[in-house]
Design a protein around this ligand. Structure first.
Ligand code: GTP
Ligand code: MG
Length: 823
């Protein structure tokens, strides 16, 4: 078959002299030596590298390959033995080392490193510049082994084991098989051809039926898009795009779209223009990869193949978000956004007004006219530059380099792990160090666990600055659930992934088995001592279902930051990594890193104290020491002070009543509520404040009684202590509340309420439920001012700006009294 392949096209490729170099086994041996050294001593090498061995499926000579993986940030070091991102090696017949898969050299964004500063790019590179759209599928490497086996892998894994990340590689392989069959060739043919050329073919697997990315790939567009052919050498050498495209044609790959430009000035101008509109040929693009040649010192040093990327960043991503939100507004749909929440809210207010004032604007906007003008007007109105507006809240990135931010609360830590990785131990360590909240999924029983778990997590944010959502979240759908539910209910919450990286499955298996069997039955659901076989099965199930984090696509792109952890390292190490990273990403949340002794102590007590208070299916808790486990929690609750006393009223009832009331009202009376809904400013939960500690001086006796009541239960029985722990305040009993009127201006909306239970006194002039405020600048307590004006003005006139609607039937709802404790 080999001869048959060298037809017309192949000859043309040969004539264009595809770059070729054979491997130099000494050079490869040196590289392997340096890599091996680094796996042995991270300290000595200065960077860490992970080696994973894979047995190659269907290899007649039972070959195995090693994958070498470095941490992304280490690629910025100047002294690496290779910069290949995606590197697999093997040993030939006589033990000769060889590179079998070679990815691109890690490339950087403009301005990310010194080499990619524009002035350096302009001076050191030469054309032709090949621009390709930054693809959003997953990368697949293809190459040929010594025994003519075709090796198909993803960035760090082959498809040959029942473990993580294999789905990409095996989906890629299936595609490849189909494509080769179509052109009447075999995997063996391709393996030989690639081996003859000493290259790795690099392709993007884009297929909606496999997984969805940002751009749509319908069946006719789905497949393997070939974008590179790299020589299997330690240094980076790659085919020019024309040869890549020819190879694609010849072997049935799809071709990657390509624009070639001759000089760098044109390239820069083009990129900056696309950034401005955020769209290229009518489609949203993430950015471009630019291939060219670069010399560190033109004139004296030779040019080599070199890539850089131009990723659209702020303020362009914010502009794109505004554009999408504006279109949603025009279509009457709820806008979706998660970044730049505050400034986007303000933009939306502004856009609403402009759109309302000029109906033509919306029509033109939908035809993509006036997009830039509207945002420029807004920026002028706010007297802000775009970059300042984008930095308004924070420099935000989900690649973990997120920059300094002002985030000091509402942070949710979401482990991505399997059983026994140390989620609970690290979580309890954080509880000890920073008084973070902690919710264990294993403590939630019964049906509909996911929403109840999310609710319990959000509840903890009332009293804690951050909370550990202790659940495995091993699969993407679980991550999707928590990310979506959280963002829906608490727009400004930040989700940080505690990513227990699952590379080295063998070691993970060993370490977690050891831990779990040492733990015995000391767990809510995993009873390793009494149900050994079953437990191994459960653990394997999690490992097999594990879907690694991929922040390049949904749902994991919803994380605000990622902290990588090593499940095989001890929990002490992982705790420290979490602490240091949180300190770096959110300095206001973790202003300083505690001492080593404090961290030692935190882990020690986390391991010692650890004893769940709940065993599913094992109701007898007496012998499990649940009491001891509860004590620290109860003690903590006692130290806290009462912030305010309130009656929680069911959200369902409240929103239903509002909707009903507004249905009978004029549209302009409903406008503010619709605005609150569209800007997601309607509170998720509602309460009537009975008394806040701010008025303790005015009503000392009542406050004393409320404090005593809240203490009385929070130090009480184990069950009540648990209520404190999960609800952020003890429930003190039922209380009926009557809802009478709906009142709002353009800042705040409240329901006038009446507390019907004489055991509970409300000290506010008008008892009320705050429904929502215009933006973060308007505090809920402004309801008091609104209602004072409302009361003083008697019947509100048109120019008072107050909307006042009676609630039909003045219904009574059953609420629950609760003391809310301070942090
Ligand atoms: P599941 O809740 O079962 O999914 O596990 P998990 O991820 O919450 O792990 P957990 O924190 O419960 O740790 C598992 C067991 O290992 C517990 O008995 C811990 O006390 C113990 N453990 C955790 N970290 C370490 C560690 O660094 N060293 C040792 N020796 N034991 C640890
Ligand atoms: Mg646990």
């Amino acid at each position: 078959m080999d001869q048959v392949t060298s037809g017309e096209a192949a000859k043309a490729v040969q004539e264009m002299t595809a770059p070729y170099a054979a491997q130099d086994s000494h050079e490869t041996a040196e590289l392997l030596h340096a890599l091996e050294e680094a796996t042995r001593s991270k300290r000595k090498a200065g960077f860490s590298i992970k080696k994973t061995r894979f047995e190659v499926k269907n290899s007649p000579s039972q070959l195995s390959v090693d994958s070498w993986r470095m941490q992304d940030w280490d690629y910025k070091r100047p002294d690496l033995p290779t910069y290949a991102r995606g590197l697999f090696t093997s040993r030939g017949k006589h033990g000769t080392p060889e590179i079998v898969v070679r990815g691109y050299d890690k490339f950087f964004n403009v301005n990310e490193v010194n080499e990619t500063k524009w002035e350096n790019i302009e001076y050191r590179t030469k054309g032709p510049y090949e621009l390709t759209l930054k693809e959003n599928g997953c990368i697949i490497f293809v190459s040929g082994l010594e025994d003519d086996t075709l090796l198909v892998c993803s960035k760090h894994s082959t498809g040959d084991r029942s473990d993580v990340d294999v789905s990409h590689a095996s989906a890629g392989e299936r595609r490849l098989e189909a494509q080769l069959q179509r052109i009447g060739r075999t995997k063996r043919d391709l393996a030989r051809e690639l081996r003859k050329r000493n290259v790795t073919a690099v392709a993007e697997l884009c297929d909606d039926s496999f997984e969805e990315h940002i751009l749509a790939y319908t069946p006719d567009k789905a497949g393997l898009y070939l974008h590179g052919m790299n020589l299997n050498l330690p240094h980076f050498a790659t085919y020019p795009s024309s040869l890549v495209q020819q190879f694609a044609d010849e072997w049935g790959f799809l071709k990657t779209g390509l624009t070639v430009m001759d000089d760098i000035t044109t390239v820069r101008k083009f990129l900056e223009e696309v950034a401005e509109t955020g769209a290229h040929e009518g489609r949203d693009v993430e950015g471009f990869v630019i291939r060219c040649r670069m010399s560190p010192k033109p004139g004296t040093h030779p040019y080599q193949d070199w890539f850089f990327k131009y990723k659209f960043e702020e303020p362009y991503l914010m502009y794109r978000q505004w554009r999408e939100c504006t279109k949603a507004l025009i279509a009457g749909k709820p806008p979706r956004y998660k970044k730049h929440a505050k400034i986007t809210e303000e933009y939306m207010l502004y856009a609403r007004k402009r759109l309302a004032a000029d109906p033509r604007l919306g029509k033109l906007y939908n035809q993509n006219h006036g997009i830039i003008a509207l945002r420029e007007d807004f920026l002028a109105f706010k007297n802000l530059k775009g970059s300042d507006a984008a930095a308004f809240e924070e420099l935000h990135g989900n690649d973990g380099t997120g920059g300094k931010t002002e985030v000091g609360k509402d942070v949710i830590l979401v482990p991505i792990a399997t059983i026994g990785c140390g989620k609970t131990t690290v979580g309890l360590g954080l509880v000890h160090l920073f008084d973070f909240g902690h919710v264990q999924n294993d403590n939630i029983t019964g049906s509909k666990r996911p929403p109840r778990f999310t609710r319990a997590v959000l509840d903890q944010l009332r009293d804690h600055r951050a909370v550990v959502a202790d659940r495995n979240n091993a699969q993407r759908h679980e991550r999707k659930q928590i990310i979506t539910d959280v963002k829906q209910q608490h727009m400004s919450a930040r989700l940080v992934a505690l990513n227990f990286v699952h590379d080295d499955i063998e070691t993970i298996r060993r370490v977690t088995h050891e831990r779990i069997f040492a733990r015995g039955d000391n767990h809510q659901t995993i009873h390793a001592a009494s149900e050994q076989g079953k437990v191994v099965g459960i653990m394997e199930g999690f490992i097999n279902r594990f879907e690694p984090l991929d922040t390049d696509r949904a749902p994991d792109d919803g994380f605000d930051a990622v902290i990588d952890l090593d499940p095989t390292a001890g929990s002490r190490t992982n705790l420290e990594t979490v602490v240091r990273e949180l300190h770096r990403i959110y300095p206001s949340l973790v202003p300083e890193v505690p001492s080593a002794e404090d961290m030692d102590a935190a882990i020690k007590s986390a391991i010692e104290e650890y004893s769940p208070d709940l065993h599913h299916k094992i109701p007898d808790r007496s012998k499990k020491g649940g009491k001891e486990a509860q004590q620290p929690q109860a003690k903590k609750a006692k130290e806290k002070q009462l912030e305010y006393m309130a009656v929680d009223v069911p959200a369902k009832d409240v929103t239903a009543l509002i909707e009903k009331t507004l249905r009978g009202a004029a549209p302009e009376q409903a406008r503010f509520y619709r605005q609150l809904q569209q800007t997601r400013r309607v509170q998720a939960r509602f309460h009537v404040t009975l008394m806040h500690r701010a008025s303790a001086k005015e009503h000392p006796q009542l406050w004393e009684r409320y404090v005593a009541l809240s203490k009385g239960t929070s130090t009480g029985t184990e069950g009540e202590a648990k209520a404190v722990q999960t609800l952020g305040g003890a429930e003190l009993g039922p209380c009926d509340v009557q809802l009478e009127r709906l009142v709002c201006d353009d800042r705040v909306m409240a329901l006038v309420a009446r507390v019907l239970d004489e055991n509970w006194t409300c000290v506010n002039r008008v008892a009320h439920v705050t429904v929502g405020t215009r933006d973060d600048g308007v505090k809920p307590r402004e309801s008091n001012d609104l209602l004072a004006r409302w009361l003083d003005e008697g019947a509100p006139s048109a120019d008072s700006g107050i909307v006042d609607l009676g609630i039909e039937g003045r219904p009574v709802v059953r609420g629950t009294v609760r003391g809310v404790l301070s942090r």
